[in-house]
Design a protein around this ligand. Structure first.
Ligand code: BGC
Length: 255
């Protein structure tokens, strides 16, 4: 029997969920989603997550919860694009209480990066890789020879006197109604800064950029190789479930 774990990817704008066949390494069927409640406090989010989970009753085993914050020792430590009531919250315990399932709680970009490194654009790549996700914020995940350095927050690196995610995220493109060329100019400035500081062998770009990469890759100029994320908006859900399975939550509930 294959294990189908529930993967959940919380974003500043939407919460996505999907069933992940962790043996085959793929999302089964379509992702489902719901708008992130506002305020996006833990109490407000749990009913939304429960409603999404109820639509995926075939799930077995534990849950992977990808979240847009630093997660240390199971607790959120920051909350840039979600309600500050999350700071200090134990995401796995909240999921256990809400869904009666064991859970793994991790940063959303780390989850997306794990999916890409294990099965997607970074599969088999050694050396240093930086995965960047462009959404409400900018998420980052750093890998050396496939091993994750967790909780990097490179979307908060200063650029133009502000948090770089306030300058170059997909949200900023929409909010300022930037065309693709103007947005890619900003992304290039961001990549230049990363390049100067970290000199990776490969950048993997996820989020809105990966969806139209063939059209807009020619506008990107970067010393390192740049690839589009393979899993697009599924990467966080997939990576969260894979991480839960790797943490031993693949089977029946272990509580
Ligand atoms: C958060 C990160 C997160 C990124 C993408 C940033 O604002 O600080 O933890 O990975 O957004 O969601």
């Amino acid at each position: 029997m294959s294990h189908k774990l529930l993967g959940i990817d919380v974003g500043g704008s939407f919460i996505k969920a999907g069933l992940v066949d962790v043996d085959a390494g793929l999302v089964v069927g379509e992702l489902i989603s719901a708008p992130t409640p506002q305020p996006s406090s833990p109490e407000a989010m749990m009913p939304t997550i429960a409603a999404l989970a109820a639509r995926l009753p075939e799930a077995t085993g534990g849950v992977g919860l990808a979240f847009p914050a630093v997660v240390k020792n199971g607790r959120a430590r920051t909350a840039a694009n979600v309600d500050h009531a999350w700071i200090g919250a134990d995401g796995a315990a909240l999921i256990r209480r809400t869904l009666n399932r064991d859970a793994l709680f991790l940063n959303d970009a780390d989850a997306a990066g794990l999916a890409e490194m294990r099965l997607g654009a970074g599969r088999g790549v050694s050396g240093s890789v930086i995965m960047l996700t462009f959404g409400t914020g900018i998420g980052s995940a750093l890998f050396v020879d496939g091993r994750l350095f967790p909780n990097t927050e490179l979307g908060h690196m200063e650029l133009k006197g502000m948090d770089s995610e306030k300058y170059a995220s997909a949200h900023v493109k929409a909010a300022l109604d930037l065309d693709w060329r103007a947005w890619m100019d900003r992304v290039n400035e961001y990549l230049d800064r990363m390049q100067a500081l970290l000199w990776p062998d490969l950048f993997i770009l996820g989020g809105a950029i990966s969806e139209r990469f063939a059209d807009f890759a020619p506008l990107l100029h970067c010393e390192a190789e740049v690839r589009a994320a393979h899993f697009g908006n599924q990467a966080g859900v997939l990576g969260a479930a894979l991480a839960a399975a790797e943490a031993g939550l693949g089977g029946p509930m272990t509580l």
